[in-house]
Design a protein around this ligand. Structure first.
Ligand SMILES: *Cc1c(COP(=O)(O)O)cnc(C)c1O
Length: 428
């Protein structure tokens, strides 16, 4: 049997042939809105398949029609994205939010029920809590500590369990790295599925990225990414992706064609370029993050550190982590001793890092979830899910680890100096 190459070895060439473009080693940017047919018969054949009037013949190659439907930069990107998650098909979108909302709009109709995990990305939370109910969809959230039996009971209790259509998860959850058991959720989906109603499980895998957690292997039907984060990885592009079986992605791409929220060729090309270094970037970011977590853990000014590499063996989260992730990733959050004042002093005195939201990029980023990414949540809900005044979230980049730690040390020293000055003032 021919040995298969790993995704990182294929990211430079897979799905593209230089003879398509005058021998160009890299796929050019196909800046074109429309594609020329060789004959009227060919145009007719392409449209029959694109509009679902007939299925593709076994060896029929479906040609390019119009860039809202397909474009070489997007198609090659979609083929390469499939390799990491071992998915059959992928669809690329102009943002992570358009990927998420297109999945929800495809699977939810008025009267249906969606079950979703909390905490969840702010934009997703807003769409679920405000937009979906406005079109008559019932929504039900659950937390990382609820058992399978608790959740099944809650679903039955809504009175809409026969209309459960979509289970939507985000794990690890932003910003606290709480974990949700994907296999458990797919079992809940099976429990409520019937012959004419298959409950679909979708996982937003943005926070872990495509390398170290493959939700499809744990029973999920759909994987979603904000490609703005690790996949893009350079803080210079907004994009999203949905992956799954051929059958699912056919539905998603059909809706994408009519919503018109596909990414453009320039975005496709930028992401192809980013994918070439995804593995080296993420390896370096994770090894740096492990060092950062080690430095913060036990620091006298730090109350607690939330990092997957620091989970206690034997804990419930550790078991889920071992089952579904193969590395701890580059997202670290921690509580500084004190409150908002100490957190802000830390952020305002942190060199090298950029004070900005987003994550997974080459440069290290820091932010304050309670007043920034998660400012939209009710305070009671924030506290319930561990988003306190003293919580700081870090996305670790590819800088030299000693420089990153030196930067954190300088910021913590500034907090300490501030504290001392205050104590002296009080003593006067
Ligand atoms: C950023 C993010 C999104 C939204 O993606 P955009 O590309 O900004 O639209 C969705 N989910 C998670 C977990 C994210 O971090």
């Amino acid at each position: 049997m021919k040995k298969k190459f790993r995704p990182e070895s294929l990211m430079m060439s897979y799905g593209y042939r230089p003879e398509w473009s005058e021998g160009a080693i890299k796929c050019p940017i196909f800046a074109t809105s429309t594609f020329v047919f060789n004959s009227a018969e060919e145009g007719k054949a392409f449209f029959e398949v694109a509009y679902g009037k007939r299925d593709k013949e076994p060896n029929e190659k479906i040609g390019l029609i119009y860039s809202r439907i397909n474009n070489p930069d997007l198609e090659i990107l979609e083929n390469r994205l499939c390799l990491w998650d071992r998915a059959e098909e992928a669809a690329v979108f102009e943002s992570g939010m358009s990927a998420i909302t297109t999945v929800m709009l495809e699977y939810l109709k008025p009267g249906d029920l969606i079950l979703y995990s909390m905490p969840i990305y702010g934009g997703t939370d807003h769409f679920i809590s405000h937009f979906l109910p406005s079109m008559g969809v019932n929504v039900l959230g659950f937390g990382p500590d609820e058992s399978k039996e608790d959740i099944i009971f809650k679903i039955k209790d809504t009175g809409h369990s026969d209309r459960l259509k979509l289970i939507f998860l985000e794990t690890p959850a932003n910003p606290t790295n709480d974990l949700i058991d994907i296999e458990m959720c797919s079992e809940i989906a099976s429990f409520f599925s019937s012959d004419d109603n298959k409950v679909v499980t979708a996982v937003d895998n943005t926070y872990m990225g495509p390398l170290w957690q493959h939700p499809l292997e744990h029973g999920a039907d759909i994987v979603i990414y904000s490609a703005t984060k690790y996949i893009g990885g350079h803080s210079d592009v907004i994009a999203g992706a949905v992956l799954g079986s051929e059958e699912i992605i056919k539905r998603i791409k059909t809706l994408r064609t009519f919503l018109g929220n596909m990414a453009g060729p320039w975005t496709g090309w930028l992401l192809l370029r980013s994918l070439e270094t995804l593995k080296v970037r993420m390896d370096k970011q994770t090894s740096n993050a492990q060092k950062v977590a080690g430095f913060l853990d036990g620091h006298p000014l730090v109350k607690s550190v939330h990092y997957l590499g620091l989970l206690n063996e034997g804990s419930r989260y550790y078991k889920i982590y071992k089952k579904q992730c193969s590395a701890p990733g580059a997202m670290v959050s921690f509580e500084i001793k004190g409150g908002e004042k100490e957190a802000f002093t830390f952020l305002n005195n942190l060199p090298l890092f950029k004070l900005a939201v987003s994550l997974g990029s080459t440069e290290s980023l820091a932010q304050h979830p309670k007043t920034m990414t998660h400012a939209g949540l009710e305070e009671e809900h924030q506290l319930e899910i561990g988003i306190t005044d003293s919580l700081v979230r870090l996305s670790i980049g590819v800088e030299h680890p000693d420089d990153i730690i030196s930067a954190l040390d300088q910021a913590l020293k500034a907090v300490e100096k501030d504290k001392k000055a205050e104590e002296e003032l009080m003593a006067l």
